[in-house]
Design a protein around this ligand. Structure first.
Ligand code: ADP
Ligand code: MG
Length: 617
């Protein structure tokens, strides 16, 4: 048999490698910016067009390359950063694999212009799909400009796989922010489609955070500092009261490289334990410096995961350092008796005065009464400890019995209802049904076969969710004009998200006057949204979007409807008058899918007469 194994031609090998290194425009941005940093640049300019699909350009004032190096830099495994295997353990640079430029050049149209201090002229190289198109002498300032056009031009499948420009831009912004946060002494400029998105002067790390995430970030930051033999830690955590539902701003940098570490994240969560709600996430910007020999960053080609030699120690140090900072800056209770008393209680108790628990008994409450009349919305529902809750079932029972012909005929469904009202799936509420609210959480009512207990909040979520979905699809939202335009500030990347979903927001009734820089001006809001809630709702939306990177129109409207439904729904603990209870029940059973909430949680349970009967045997 003839030999069949052949070495792949370089350009094929490069294309394969590119699959690992370059997933999307943001990966190119990361590689080029890191090269600029490795080249010792003090100013880096990033220019992007159409989410990086048509153009990504990084211009630096670093050391530049000689003619030979310029040419060599596009070869695979060509790097100036390591020479021998041991160097891998003393890495002080971002790059070391020498495959980024080769990979990028294999799948895009690349133009590089570069000049060193010593050279009088610059080298200008054009390369497309690994093929050198031209190499010329040019006039250019010291440093390097890398222009990457038409990414994936020769891999249509990859190109088609790219998301909308907005989504790709957001990925790019994420990478940009990570790099910019890790290098506050370097100044960065970022232009998107011809307009300036970020202008970050050389500064310290706190100011850099503020410049990126907006002025209101400053008051949220608590400094963290610790020097040990294993690790040096510096940076900031955000005060517990600013913890967000979304993962939000969480950054670990190890030796100035952004990393992801669920393990270390857990250490931070531990430090915040008891200070923030379970579902909230603390924000942090933490810079760890360790001996480069004690980490292995070679795990993943895109290099956001690293392996530490002594993770356990690091975990313990990190946790106690963050805890210490929280205590030192009076955001956590401490045992210092000379301290102001107010500071000795956790933040959420600070402004509350001690009060004896009150037991409210509503003597006039009748769960079975047809119409509880006016003022019932204000009336606290009957509350007792849960073990005694059953007693309330009997409140008013006698009067109810009185109305009926006898105890045996106590029946909650109207006699006129026939079996035909049942459709095959949905249980139908009888029209004359009585409802009552149980522990400000459930609405209890009757159905033909027994009773149904409905979670009020989930039911309302479902009703609103379907309503918003419908509004978006038929584009028929009612909006209320605001008397004064509402001006809200967000970070630039949050503004980018709002811009991205602006169309969908408009379909539910938001009217935007402008979105500029960090300011969003709103002149109209959906009819059901109170003006005071707009900021909260938009914040929630942004974090929901960050969590599930939504892409196409369908999931965008879905998330939007879910978020609005979640934010605007009646919550557990709210008292509903009987009209609202009934309306909610009717609305729920008019929904397409009344069984589960938009978040896939069950909305109601039914208890059949048989089941009840059995309990009485
Ligand atoms: P790596 O960064 O892993 O070494 P790259 O493919 O990214 O591999 O780059 C190859 C080489 O090209 C680098 O080692 C460096 O010598 C040179 N190079 C790339 N970008 C720049 C730049 N902006 N300025 C100076 N030299 C650069
Ligand atoms: Mg590199």
């Amino acid at each position: 048999m003839a030999d069949i194994i052949k070495l792949l031609p370089d350009h094929v090998a490069n294309q394969i490698a590119a699959g690992e290194v370059v997933q999307r425009p943001a990966s190119v941005v990361k590689e080029l910016m890191e090269n600029a940093i490795d080249a010792g640049a003090s100013t880096i300019k990033l220019v992007v067009k159409e989410g990086g699909k048509t153009l990504i350009q990084v211009i630096d004032d670093g050391v530049g390359m000689s003619v030979t190096d310029a040419r060599l830099s596009f070869e695979r495994h060509a790097t100036s950063k390591i020479q021998k295997a041991e160097d891998l353990f003393q890495l002080n640079t971002k790059g070391f694999r020498g495959e980024a430029l080769a990979s990028i050049a294999a799948i895009a149209h690349v133009e590089m212009q570069t000049r060193t201090e010593e050279d009088e002229v610059a080298t200008h190289i054009k390369i497309e799909g690994s093929k050198i198109i031209s190499q010329e002498v040019a006039v250019a300032p010291k440093g390097t400009s890398m222009m990457v056009k038409n990414l994936f031009f020769n891999i249509p499948a990859r190109r088609n796989f790219l998301k909308s420009n907005h989504v790709e831009l957001r990925h790019i912004m994420d990478e940009f922010q990570r790099v910019a946060l890790a290098h506050s002494s370097i100044s960065f400029h970022f232009y998107n489609n011809g307009s300036e998105l970020f202008n970050l002067p050389s500064t310290n790390s706190r100011q850099r955070i503020v410049n990126i995430f907006g002025t209101k970030t400053n008051e949220k930051l608590v400094p963290v500092k610790e020097d040990t033999q294993v690790v040096k830690i510096s940076g900031y955590i955000s005060k517990p009261e600013f913890a967000k539902k979304s993962r939000g701003e969480q950054f670990f940098f190890v030796n100035n490289r952004f990393i992801k570490s669920p393990y270390l994240h857990h250490a931070i969560l531990g430090a915040f334990d008891g200070l923030i709600k379970k579902e909230n996430h603390p924000g942090y910007f933490l810079y760890l410096t360790v001996d480069p020999g004690s980490i292995d960053i070679n795990i993943h080609p895109t290099k956001t995961e690293i392996k530490f030699d002594d993770e356990h120690t690091l975990y313990a140090i990190l946790r106690s350092t963050v805890k210490h900072s929280l205590g030192q800056f009076n955001v956590m209770p401490s045992l210092d008796f000379e301290q102001d008393q107010n500071l000795e209680t956790p933040y959420n108790y600070k402004n509350k005065s001690a009060e004896l628990p009150k037991v409210i008994v509503d003597a006039g409450f009748n769960p079975f009464k047809e119409d509880s009349g006016t003022g019932s919305a204000q009336r606290p529902s009957f509350q007792k400890p849960s073990t005694k809750g059953w007693e309330s079932l009997y409140v008013g029972m006698e009067s109810n019995i009185g109305k009926n012909s006898g105890f045996s005929s106590v029946s909650f469904e109207s006699d006129t209802i026939t079996g035909s009202i049942f459709d095959n799936r949905k249980e139908t509420i009888d029209t004359g049904a009585t409802t009552f609210q149980l522990r400000r959480k459930y609405i209890v009512t009757t159905i033909k076969s027994g009773m149904v207990v409905i979670d009020q909040s989930r039911a309302h979520q479902r009703v609103l969710y379907e309503k918003f979905l419908k509004n978006i699809t038929i584009k028929e939202a009612v909006s209320q004009q605001l008397l004064f335009p509402l001006s809200l500030t967000f970070s630039k990347s949050d503004c980018a998200i709002i811009e991205e979903i602006q169309d969908s927001l408009t379909t539910v009734g938001f009217v935007f006057d402008s979105i500029e820089g960090e300011e969003v001006k709103i002149t109209g809001v959906p009819l059901s949204v109170p003006e005071s809630e707009v900021g909260i709702i938009l914040d929630q939306l942004i974090s929901d979007y960050q969590q599930d990177f939504v892409v196409d129109g369908f999931s965008q409207t879905d998330i939007l409807s879910k978020t609005l439904a979640k934010s605007l729904s009646v919550k557990t603990g709210e008292v509903l008058d009987s009209d609202s209870q009934l309306a909610l029940v009717n609305d729920l059973f008019a929904c397409k899918e009344s069984g589960v909430s938009p978040f896939n949680k069950p909305i109601f349970v039914t208890i059949s007469e048989d089941e009840i009967d059995k309990k009485f045997i």
